[in-house]
Design a protein around this ligand. Sequence first.
Ligand SMILES: [Mn+2]
Length: 310
Amino acid sequence: MAFDIVADIHGYAGTLTDLLAKMDYSEGEEGWSHPDRQVIFLGDFVDRGPRQEETYRIVRKMIENGKALAVMGNHEFNATAWMIADPTSSDNFLRSHSAKNRSQHASFLNQVVEGSALHAEMIAWFWQLPLWLELDKLLVVHAAWDEKKMNSLKPLLAPGNKLTACVMQRYCEKSSETYYAIETILKGVEADLPPGASFTDKDGHSRSQIRLKWWESGPSSYRDAALMAEAVVLGLADELFLNDPRQGHSDHRPVFIGHHALSGTPKLTSAKVACLDFSVVNKDGFLCAYRWSGETELRKENLLSVPVRA
Ligand SMILES: [Mn+2]
C-alpha cells in the first residue's frame, strides 16, 4: 500500500482539500479518495482554525470508507480530557477548565457549541483514534516514537492502541508512568534550557524548555538538538546540553510525526524521521504531506505542501 501522510490540520479544511486535490484525490459521494493511495493523518484535527467541524467530517468519512488511517494528536487528547469528570481535581475535570485552557480550546467549543450533540459525537470519535500506528514498513505517531513508553501503555489500552478510562485515570497522576508515556508520545521529548535561558513562543509565553530530535543521541548543542521553528533554534545556545533525555531510535522503519510547529518552506527532517508540521495555523504556514511508496530512506522530492488558506 502507498500512503500520503498528512500533518496537523487544526481546522483548516480549505487547505486540506487544496492539499488532497494537489495529490490527485477527488471528492465523490463517499468523500475524498484516490484510486490507489490512502492518507494517514497525524492528528491535531481541531483547535485554532476556522472550519473544525468540516475537517472532522472530511477525515472521518475518509476513514470510514477505507481511504485513510489516523492517529490521535494532543489536541484530541486534551479535548477528551476536558470532558472527563475527575473528582480529585480542583475543578472536577481531568483537564482543568482554567481560563488558559479554555482560551486554548475556545474556537473548538464555540464552533461545535459546548455541550451539544455534535460536541459529544466528536469526543466519542476522538476516543476511537489510535495513539500510534505500527505498520509493516512505517511508524506513525503524533510527536515521538518511544517503544518503552508504548510497551508500558499497551496493557492498559483497548485493541488498536486506543484510549481507555483506565489510561485516563492513571494519566491524572502527574508523576505516573502513564502520564509520562502519554506526554512523550503526544507532545514530544523536552529538555530544560540552561539556568536563566528562555525564549518567547508564538503565543507570547516565555518558555524555558525546548523540544528535541528524540531519535538522535550523543553529545549535542541545544541548537543542534532542537526540533522547533527556525527563529527559536537560531536563538538557542551553541553549547553542549546536560541531562539529555534523548534515547536514540534503532527501528529500521521510517517514522512520521507532526506536532512540532516548524517554520519556513517545508523540508525533510532526516532520512529516517520526517516531521511534517509546518504550522498551518500561521498565516505564512504550509500544510505538508509526504508521499510514501515503500521506501526505507525518505526522499525530499516526496514532500509536498500547499500554503494555508482560510
Ligand atoms: Mn500537536
